[in-house]
Design a protein around this ligand. Sequence first.
Ligand code: AHM
Ligand code: MG
Length: 339
Amino acid sequence: MQENTHTTVHQFILDRQNDFSFATGELSRLMRDIILASRIVNRDVNKAGLMDILGNYGSVNVQGEEVKKLDVRANEEFINALKRGGECAAVISEEDEETNHINTRGAYIVAMDPLDGSSNIDVNVSIGTIFSIYRRLSPVGSEVTMEDCLQPGVNQVAAGYILYGSSTMLVYTTGKGVNGFTLDLSIGEFCLSNPNVMTPEVGNLYSINEGNYQKFPEGVKNYIKYCQEDVKADKRPYSTRYIGSFVADFHRNLMKGGIYIYPGTDKDPNGKLRLIYECNPMAFLVEQAGGRATDGHTRIMELTPEKLHQRTPVFIGSKTMVLKAEEFMQAQAEQVNGG
Ligand code: AHM
Ligand code: MG
């Protein structure tokens, strides 16, 4: 029989335990809990059409059982795994308005979007889970405070995503580079497939919902024009690629080189994506892979959250491309201030 020589994610974490900011094994156990829940969610995602879990939350299936939307169910799976594990003090989730207080003896705060890309869930298009881990600021054993939950992204000790795509992948960082693992269904383990991921300095993909073009700030409109110009020397015009699932769009651009933008508009100056559990974890990952993430002016990870579900504009991806988009935003700001 052929020997399986793949490194599983658990082996990888054990080997790298000293890389963790806190080498006590707690963070490894927290990762173990997240990974377990992601495998359960992966199973549900793969069988979604057969499980009465597509569609709207609140309805009742033919057996008279309550039908749970897949994102609600994923939220429960992650929270249950984190409750069982004991290392997590509280969870901030896109699915819950308030913080979930889990265990006062836990040392970590987990922020997550259990299943991002909800518009794609029912139509079999890639979706993902995004997670971010902070060490709590208040003493272990006490109640978790709002200050624990509203930490800036620079305080993250780990972050990552699970992409439920043509294969299922886990990509994460603990601040020492980015590594990617592919779920091998035959053994039920994530195995190292993409060690030391670095994103290209520049790519030729731009990802933005251009249906909103009329509402975009001038700086973004001008950057899109720049992307579309015919300049062979720097691979322009770039190609548009937009799935509408942040994890899938981010992952493709991370691997191939590109920029993802969800800008603010006059009506929604903070855009759509959430700072704590969507933008900060991706910003941590992209920076660790050599890329850049800003709100058009300021580094995402230096923004101070004021509320749990705060939104922020986001420009994220290959460094040179994000810097160029910022130049256009800066030019717009100068024009406004000058005039
Ligand atoms: P969600 O958290 O409700 O799923 O919304 C986040 C999603 C992202 O995955 C995606 O990039 C974006 O919203 C797409 O929004 P739009 O349809 O406005 O382009
Ligand atoms: Mg989301």
